[in-house]
Each structure stands twice: as structure tokens, then as C-alpha cells.
Design a protein around this ligand. Structure first.
Ligand code: GDP
Length: 407
């Protein structure tokens, strides 16, 4: 493996010998939002444990970001012997050798120098005890940890007693962890930055207020149901004005001169088109003027495509330049946008499958932090505890998904 000196290690983390660095290697899974929140989590873990962070970027991540650390690289070289890690021992297999029944702790085990950890928090996987101190102590002996995760597992680091003291000093504001870590790590490349600034200057800069609407359609939800929810959310909460149906457009004078720019990001063009048509056909009751803009509409999530990922990053970043954000519940794409911005979003509900109508179209969230989906529900002694995370300060149940978040 290339020798890369440690550029970001905590002085209070593990002892790292002067000659041999210890590494944590992030390995990708799922879409860009998942990737960014899990890279941020892995970076924080690297800082806390005195490891060098390297990221395994396939060609689909090329051209998105600048190198975050000066005079070194965070890219795992393609010719590294652990680029393909199929034969590397796994956390699960190591534990299975000794503790088939409980799979809890690895403290008395002989650990390999390279270990793969699946941090997807799947049911039945022993990694759900990853955050326990006894396991963290044992993992200090491993030189190279390969972590595959698409989650924002930062809240679980706050649950680890040996990390929490340091974390509390690092982040006096617990609702701004991703805001700081994300902005520190993710610098858009020149190409991405060019697209962001050109779009911003052309459509958003001159507005009095910028409203970002991130519309993610999960499963096969009818688009009309999502549109209805979106309208109900923005009108009821006075994020956008109603159309004046009593005065015809011709005699309704624009005496207000307030310009609101609406940035819509979505895989689909319909939501922005509907809004644009609505505000074109009728004047608003507040006499505000509404412009609606959408940078791209890719129609579908494309795998192994860096041009597609660049468009996603441009969208996320532009959203983070807005003054008000409506993001879709459970979408990590939205999490990156409001986390970057450090703004509590309005969380757009997902339409229910049973035609239920008696629920709010959106709720104002309590924190800009991403939600940790499937956060640990077990104490380190293996006993399941309802709302386990809520027994820690500053960790709360998410509004939009089964999980926990900092606030
Ligand atoms: P999540 O699935 O909503 O949690 O977000 P991810 O970012 O992890 O995965 C969704 C992927 O679909 C994104 O990374 C994009 O590739 C694509 N995508 C979804 N919504 C949008 C959008 O509004 N704009 C663009 N450009 N791509 C999107």
C-alpha cells in the first residue's frame, strides 16, 4: 500500500507508530447522498481513532471533488493489494468463529491486520455492536479497516464512551456536525463549481428569497400524489404564496416587487413545470413574483456514471444555497443539502400506500443533521432497548425514518 502520511489524526486518538500508519478505507455503496454522509462519518471515525482515511473511488466518482487534505491524497490507489478485498477477513467471520450465539465482542480474539466491516447495520450482523467500547479497544490492533457503509453513523460515535468526550469538545453545537465535517471534506471540483456558480448567478442571485424544493419520488408513488403533497406543504406553511383566484391576472398589479426564486431538484421535470405554469397563469395573492428553475432532470438514477453524479452534486450544492428548504423524508440527497446549509428543513412526507390523507404534508425538522437510519437498538450487553439512542444527550428519534439523529 502507498505510504501516505497522516494528515488528519486526533492527538488523543490511538497511538500510531511513527513508521506505520493505521488506515480506514471507505468503500462505496448506493447513491451520492449515502456516500457523502458515510464518508463524513468514516472521516470522523478516522480522526477519533488516529487513522488515515482513504476512499475507494471508482470512475463514477471522478471529477466530483477536490482533494481535501493538502499535499497528500485521500484516494486509494487502484493498484493497492486491497482494492479488491473479497479475500479479506470480515468482522462477521472473525466473530462467528468464537461466539456463534451472541456475536457481541471481539476483545479476546486474535484479529487479522486487515479487516472488512459491514456498517450497513443489517439485521443479524454483529457490527451493530461496533460502537461498543470493548470492540473499539480490540479494533485498535487492526492496521487496516475496510468500512462499507452508506449510513450517517456519527450518532453511534457519540454513544461510544471513549469517543464522546472528544466529540463533545470538537462539536459544541451538536446539530452542526455534518455542516462542519461535510464542508471541510467536500470541495466541488472546478467543473462542478463552474456549473453551480453559473446557475446561481443566472437564476438565483437576484432573488429576494431562494426556496429550495427537493422532490424525491420513492417506489412507484404516483407523481400527482407527490405534487399534491408538495403544494399543500408550501402553501399551508406560507413557504410560497397562493394564486389569487378572485382578481384576474390582467388587473392584479405587481405592487410588491418581491422576487422569490424556487429551485426544484428532482429526477423528473413535472414538479417544476407544474409550479411554473401555476405562477405563470395567475398572480399571487401577495403580489410576489415567483420564478421556478430546475438545473437537470435525469429521469432515473444512473449507476456507474460520473456525469450523472456531477449533476447530483450540483443540485445538492445549489439547494444548500437556499434560504428555505423543503426536502423529501428519508432522502440522504436532501440530508446533504440541509446539512451543508446548516438549516432545519421542512420534511415532505411520503404519500402512504393506504390512501391515508390525515397527516401533515410536511413538518419542520428539529435539526439540520442527517438521520442515522437503522441506528443501534441494542445496549452493549446485547439487551434490546426501545429508543436506545434517546438515552444519550443530544440524540433524538428522527421525524422521517426509523433512526436517530443529533440535535
Ligand atoms: P437517496 O436515495 O434519496 O437517499 O439519495 P442518494 O443520493 O443516496 O441516491 C439517489 C441518487 O439518485 C442520487 O445520488 C442521484 O444519482 C439520483 N437523484 C435522485 N434525486 C435527484 C435529483 O434531484 N437530482 C439529480 N441530479 N439526481 C438525483
Amino acid at each position: 500500500m502507498t505510504k501516505i502520511m497522516m494528515s488528519n489524526s486526533s492527538k488523543t486518538g490511538n497511538h500510531v507508530s511513527a513508521t506505520m500508519c493505521k488506515y480506514v478505507i471507505w468503500s462505496p455503496i448506493w447513491g451520492l447522498g449515502n456516500r457523502m454522509i458515510s464518508i463524513a462519518s468514516t472521516f470522523l471515525y478516522a480522526v477519533l481513532t488516529g487513522r488515515v482515511l482513504l476512499v475507494k473511488f471508482e470512475p463514477d466518482m471522478h471529477g466530483l471533488f477536490c482533494e481535501p487534505f493538502q499535499e497528500t491524497t485521500w484516494i486509494l490507489p487502484k493498484n493497492s493489494p486491497i482494492w479488491n478485498y473479497e479475500n479479506v477477513e470480515t468482522y462477521k467471520s472473525v466473530l462467528a468463529k468464537v461466539d456463534k450465539a451472541r456475536n457481541l465482542t471481539m476483545d479476546k480474539l486474535l484479529l487479522p491486520s486487515v479487516l472488512f466491516i459491514n456498517l450497513l447495520y443489517l439485521r443479524g450482523y454483529p457490527e451493530r455492536y461496533f460502537h461498543c467500547d470493548v470492540n473499539q479497544e480490540a479494533l485498535k490492533k487492526v492496521d487496516v479497516l475496510i468500512v462499507q457503509s452508506g449510513h450517517y453513523f456519527v450518532p453511534s460515535l457519540f454513544m461510544t464512551p471513549s469517543f464522546s468526550l472528544e466529540l463533545n469538545k470538537m462539536f459544541p453545537e451538536k446539530n452542526a456536525v455534518f455542516h462542519h465535517v461535510g464542508r471541510y471534506l467536500f470541495h466541488p471540483s472546478n467543473e462542478v463549481w463552474g456549473q453551480i456558480t453559473r446557475f446561481y448567478d443566472a437564476y438565483l442571485a437576484k432573488a429576494d428569497e431562494r426556496i429550495g424544493l427537493q422532490v424525491r419520488v420513492f417506489k412507484a408513488t404516483p407523481k400527482q400524489s407527490v405534487m399534491d403533497l408538495l403544494l399543500s406543504c408550501v402553501i399551508r406553511n406560507k413557504i410560497l404564496p397562493e394564486i389569487d383566484t378572485r382578481n384576474s391576472a390582467s388587473n392584479a398589479k405587481n405592487t410588491n416587487h418581491i422576487l422569490k426564486a424556487v429551485l426544484v431538484t428532482s429526477l423528473y421535470p413535472e414538479f417544476a413545470e407544474n409550479l411554473r405554469t401555476m405562477y405563470f397563469r395567475g398572480a399571487t395573492i401577495t403580489r410576489e413574483v415567483i420564478g421556478v428553475y430546475q438545473p437537470s432532470h435525469e429521469e432515473e438514477q444512473k449507476m456507474n456514471n460520473n456525469v450523472h453524479n456531477i449533476k447530483a452534486l450540483v443540485d445538492m450544492y445549489l439547494l444548500s444555497l437556499c434560504d428555505v428548504l423543503v426536502t423529501t423524508s428519508a432522502s440522504t440527497f436532501g440530508y446533504v443539502a440541509h446539512g451543508f446549509r446548516g438549516l432545519k428543513p421542512w420534511l415532505l412526507s411520503n404519500p402512504t400506500s393506504n390512501n391515508e390523507t390525515d397527516f401533515p404534508a410536511c413538518v419542520r425538522d428539529f435539526s439540520p443533521e442527517p438521520c442515522f437510519h437503522f441506528a443501534p437498538q441494542y445496549q452493549c450487553n446485547g439487551i434490546r432497548k426501545q429508543h436506545f439512542g434517546a438515552s444519550f444527550p443530544n440524540i433524538f428519534e428522527c421525524n422521517d425514518y426509523n433512526g436517530l439523529k443529533l440535535g
